[in-house]
Design a protein around this ligand. Structure first.
Ligand SMILES: NC(=O)c1ccc[n+]([C@@H]2O[C@H](COP(=O)([O-])OP(=O)(O)OC[C@H]3O[C@@H](n4cnc5c(N)ncnc54)[C@H](OP(=O)(O)O)[C@@H]3O)[C@@H](O)[C@H]2O)c1
Length: 219
């Protein structure tokens, strides 16, 4: 099962939608049980027959083997610290961008660990941390009728975990997943989200990323 911590927000809901459409079982996590259950009901009505469950973050972590971290950067430490033991041995996928929004405009945040992915790894030393999905627009993911024609770059120091997340990414129709190598490399992705957000504003679009002239190699 794929659990999504912070799954009630736009990015978590969007990813949950696409995996539900692909037939994956999804658990939506929240600090609040009612919000999680409501998000699960919303998804069930959007994707009839979906296997979706809502629960508080700690509960969905316990039930999942892959846990997506989809909270804002400022919430990463307080959210993940208490989940460390429950996350041991599991794959933690950070989608967290190193960007905050002020008056609708992106502003980079400074991350002492180097990248958010590395910060997640420091908070969850027993987990297999992967960084991915940063460049996917929440709005486009949530729109079941929108076709995707884009890439996601997947970074991790754990080759097997990176491969598992590449496989999960490619369950999403229209999405190609490319290995981006080591976890530290996710620094570039986490910051590039700021440029995509600006492109969205300038061009009134939901932009994504497509890497030209590359034939994917195994994870
Ligand atoms: N939105 C996008 O298009 C997009 C694209 C790529 C990557 N991302 C990344 O994906 C992540 C989630 O984005 P989002 O737009 O979905 O974010 P969001 O709506 O701001 O937050 C997602 C969820 O995190 C929880 N949360 C919020 N503040 C919290 C806090 N202080 N402490 C603990 N939990 C908190 C909330 O869930 P509960 O209140 O239910 O607990 C909220 O629904 C971000 O790191 C963002 O950088 C977003």
């Amino acid at each position: 099962m794929i659990g999504i911590v912070g799954g009630t927000g736009p990015e978590g809901r969007g990813l949950a939608t696409r995996w539900a459409m692909a037939g994956e079982a999804v658990a939506i996590g929240s600090r609040d049980l009612g919000r999680a259950e409501q998000a699960a009901r919303d998804l069930q009505s959007k994707v009839p027959g979906a296997s979706v469950h809502g629960g508080i973050n700690a509960e969905i972590v316990a039930a999942s083997d892959v846990v997506v971290v989809a909270v804002p950067y400022s919430a990463v430490q307080p959210t993940l610290q208490p989940l460390g033991e429950a996350m041991a041995g599991k794959i933690a996928v950070s989608v967290v961008a190193a960007v905050e929004f002020v008056d609708g405009r992106p502003r980079l945040v400074s991350v002492a660990a180097g990248s958010v992915g590395q910060e997640v790894a420091a908070i969850l030393p027993g987990s297999r941390v992967v960084s991915a999905f940063h460049t996917l627009s929440a709005e486009k993911l949530a729109d079941c009728d929108a076709s995707l024609h884009e890439d996601t770059i997947v970074c991790s120091d754990d080759r097997e975990a990176r491969g598992r997340v590449i496989d999960l990414a490619e369950q999403i129709q229209g999405l190609r997943a490319l290995s981006g190598g080591r976890l530290a490399n996710s620094y570039y992705l986490e910051q590039f989200v700021g440029m995509l957000a600006l492109m969205n504003r300038i061009h009134k679009a939901h932009t994504g990323l497509r890497i030209a002239d590359v034939e994917p190699r195994p994870a």
